[in-house]
Design a protein around this ligand. Structure first.
Ligand code: AMP
Ligand code: MG
Length: 336
């Protein structure tokens, strides 16, 4: 397939993108979280093409992207809590799960009776959705299993020749996928942590809980099917080191042939050929922004067969970083 790469987001290119969507095609676009791979959410066969382009299992549902929070009314059964969350966090990196209306095809929801909705804050994403005039179903624009794309070049590497258009915009500001909260359960529940934290959501949802699948290998089908699959993995094996700073540094000293994700303050001490900083230990926001790009950088170094990472604290945005790392590592954690 011929893939058009657009570097200048103009009225003309947005119109071409919108035409592709209305014709049932696929367009990758930047958002503030990660790049999305979009199709018309009201067109079942367009949504099917997303699964094929990504090699994504068909029971792993897509998020529908809207330009205004109140548009959710047309596609799902909203409630007061949805609007309270929308008021505080939309547009932004929060996805809400609600019971779906008939207009949303089951291909989009992976067969579920619920649908996930989000209103991105990224200007290009918003203009694209408005130009299309339909909700845009989109998972991350990577091949299934790989780290999500946070730069246009990641999307080009994974999707060139597989989709109709790539909007090559800016690097993603947040770098991890949205927080997913379900309002379709007896009590609100976080299915996937992200930039909008448990602590922030708890202020509006006192009964909030976090799905067990966020940090543990689940038995059976998790509430969010995306948590079922090994995810976010570079080619090399990833292992998380659960240890104090001094123990971690001592352990890594003779691992010169390995890829090392490290906090910035550890990089100088380690002085290793394949050590890459992911921000300071005190800045989970930086770690979130850099994690996937760093994992992908190791794919370009043939020597690296093993990657070690520190273990961020499971609080605030750190919970999201830890959740992605644990999946990248396939739950492999060494406790020193
Ligand atoms: P991605 O944006 O690539 O991370 O994919 C969308 C994520 O949203 C997947 O992990 C899905 O499991 C999750 N998701 C989407 N819709 C639903 C839903 N109705 N119920 C539970 N999880 C969902
Ligand atoms: Mg994804």
């Amino acid at each position: 397939m011929n893939t058009e790469i657009v570097y200048d987001i103009t009225e003309g290119s947005l119109k071409r993108a919108a035409d592709i969507i209305l014709d049932g095609g696929l367009v990758a676009f930047p958002t503030e979280t990660v790049y999305g791979l979009g199709a018309n959410a009201l067109d079942s066969s367009a949504a099917e093409k997303i699964y094929a382009a990504k090699n994504r299992p068909s029971d792993n549902p897509l998020i529908i992207h809207l330009s205004r929070a109140e548009d959710a009314e047309k596609y799902c059964i909203t409630n007061d809590l949805y609007y309270a969350l929308a008021e505080r966090f939309m547009p932004g990196p929060l996805t809400v799960i609600l019971p779906k209306k008939d207009i949303i095809p089951y291909t989009v929801t992976g067969g579920l009776e619920t649908v996930a909705v989000r209103v991105p804050s990224c200007e290009t994403a918003r203009r694209f959705i408005e130009a299309a005039g339909v909700p845009i179903a989109a998972p991350s624009a990577n091949l299934s299993g790989k780290p999500s794309p946070t730069q246009a070049r990641h999307v080009i590497l994974d999707m060139y020749g597989r989709i109709d258009m790539i909007m090559a915009g800016e690097d993603c500001e947040i770098g991890l996928e949205s927080t997913i909260i379900s309002l379709a359960e007896p009590n609100p529940k976080i299915y996937r942590p992200g930039k909008v934290t448990y602590e922030e959501l708890k202020e509006l949802c006192p009964e909030l809980t976090i799905s067990e699948a966020v940090l543990k290998a689940h038995k059976g089908r998790p509430e969010s099917p995306g948590m079922m699959y090994k995810h976010y993995s570079p080619k090399a094996e990833v292992t998380i080191i659960d240890a104090s700073r001094s123990e971690r540094i001592a352990f890594l000293r003779d691992k010169a042939e390995c890829g090392i994700l490290c906090y910035d303050e550890d990089a100088e001490l380690l002085c290793m050929p394949y050590a890459k900083g992911i921000g300071k230990e005190s800045s989970p926001e930086d770690q979130a922004r850099l994690l996937f790009a760093r994992l992908r950088e190791f794919d370009e170094i043939d020597e690296v067969k093993q990657i070690y990472s520190p273990m961020p604290k499971a609080e605030g945005v750190g919970l999201a970083v830890l959740n992605r790392l644990i999946r990248a590592a396939g739950f492999k954690i060494i406790k020193l």
